[in-house]
Design a binder for this molecule. Structure first.
Ligand SMILES: Nc1nc2c(ncn2[C@@H]2O[C@H](COP(=O)(O)OP(=O)(O)O)[C@@H](O)[C@H]2O)c(=O)[nH]1
Ligand SMILES: [Mg+2]
Length: 426
């Protein structure tokens, strides 16, 4: 029989109220032992909780009963809302732990049971994990959308179409008709599979979840002494990077998490790009080059003609206050870390680029795992095949990718990692 689990689901005591949850086959029996009775389902009831051994009152708690499968976990659930003092919480937990068949839940175990019992799919569990970690409004909105089935509904719709196409492919394989009919079936199926693949491709082009979670990666790069560290400090409004007139001062990558107008940005300072540096600085230059490739937005402080091509590059004419620097060339923003000139314009440009990278409000944003599965399905369908048998196989492969996407199959290895992100009691 499944264990019955329990845990403190609210914050660490002392607090005004503590929420203790229990879930599993013995949840109701345990409630009868410590509360003396079971409340009516879904009706909060004030009941005295007692130590089962001697009947001494521990606290008076609001007790809530949810009958499986219509509960958060899909099992029988009892929730105790008691006073949030440390001794109260400890005593209730000890009383529950003393009942046979009850044990303390592992972090994320309630949610894991919800997933195992089909109450939520894997994408909703991922959304929940993100929701608990969300720090900005935009992160919260995107996570809630995912947690409430924003992607699940789309996956179910796609999966249904795949199943339907598969069924038609199988039927056409079994049907012994003339060759023309088979050719016609092949052509229709192939074109519908391609249409589905291009729908997946459109989804894959949409802004992704990672820049929203980790911040849009804005990397300052260019030759030594261009003013990269000064610019990063000016944008961050704090002295995060060391600034000197000695070329090669910045040797490592410095990451500064910021929010511009509520938009999460990870500002990255790098070592100046040059050859012939000493061993340590060379490592820094290597890291800087790696950052160029990882950048969502690149602030290029070198000569405009030397700017890396491809990607989103903002050309910055730094140290614009110095007379010998002259005017900013066309297409570059003149900026001075010293006087603050141009910083407002630069920030606006960064925000405009970030907007292109971040998911729009209300749009479902795929994370790396989800995108990889959808891309797998897309490739399978795109490659299709010359005949009905290979088409049926491609459809089957696409369906397997969707089963991994929603967590129906083949994801055991990632479950521990995902549910480990949850706190105890969730
Ligand atoms: N006048 C002026 N000097 C600057 C400005 N930005 C940087 N500098 C100076 O240029 C030198 C190199 O700056 P730093 O930020 O370390 O450049 P990095 O090597 O690209 O990181 C330092 O002496 C800074 O004081 C600026 O906007 N105006
Ligand atoms: Mg520097």
């Amino acid at each position: 029989m499944t264990d019955t689990i329990f845990a403190l689901s609210s914050g660490r005591p002392p607090a005004a109220v503590a929420v203790i949850r229990s879930s599993g086959p013995r949840a109701f029996a345990a409630c009868e032992e410590i509360a003396g009775r079971l409340p009516t389902p879904r009706r909060p009831t004030l009941i005295a909780l007692r130590t089962p051994s001697d009947g001494a009152v521990i606290d008076r708690a609001l007790v809530l009963r949810f009958d499986g499968p219509d509960s958060a976990t899909g099992e029988n659930v009892v929730e105790y809302q008691c006073h949030g003092g440390k001794a109260v919480v400890d005593a209730v937990l000890a009383a529950l732990g003393g009942i046979a068949g009850m044990r303390v839940a592992e972090p994320g175990e309630f949610t894991r049971r919800a997933f195992a019992n089909g109450r939520i799919d894997l994408t909703e569990a991922e959304g929940l994990a993100d929701l608990l970690e969300a720090e900005t409004e935009s992160q919260r909105r995107a996570a809630l959308l995912m947690a409430e089935g924003g992607l699940r509904r789309q996956i179910e719709q796609w999966r249904q179409r795949l199943v339907e196409l598969s069924a038609r492919a199988e039927a056409a394989i079994d049907y012994v008709g003339d060759e023309d009919e088979t050719k016609a079936d092949e052509a229709v199926l192939a074109s519908e599979a391609r249409a589905l693949a291009s729908e997946f491709a459109k989804w894959l082009e949409r802004p992704r979840a990672e820049p929203l979670k980790d911040g849009v990666r804005v990397v300052a790069a260019g030759p030594p002494n261009a003013g990269k560290s000064s610019l990063v400090n000016a944008l961050a409004q704090s002295e995060r990077a060391i600034v000197t007139d000695i070329a090669g001062t910045t040797r490592d990558v410095i990451e500064v998490p910021l929010a511009f107008d509520g938009v999460p940005v990870l500002l990255v300072d790098t070592a100046g790009l040059r050859h012939g540096a000493d061993a340590v600085e060379s490592i820094g230059v290597g890291r800087a080059e790696a950052q160029l490739r990882k950048a969502d937005v690149l602030l290029w402080l070198g000569r405009p003609g030397d700017a890396p091509t491809g990607g989103r590059v903002i050309r910055v004419h730094a140290q614009a206050d110095r007379p010998e620097r002259g005017d900013a060339p066309a297409g570059s923003i003149g900026v001075s870390a010293m006087t603050g000139e141009g910083l407002g314009e630069l920030t606006r440009r960064i925000l405009a680029e970030a907007e292109q990278i971040l998911p729009a409000e209300g749009a479902v944003a795929l994370n790396r795992r989800q995108a990889a599965e959808i891309d797998g399905a897309r490739q399978a369908l795109d490659q299709g095949g010359p005949d009905l048998v290979t088409q049926a196989e491609a459809l089957r492969l696409a369906r397997t990718a969707f089963d991994r996407l929603s967590g129906r199959a083949g994801v055991e290895d990632m479950l521990d990692a995902l549910f480990g992100r949850f706190c105890l009691g969730k």
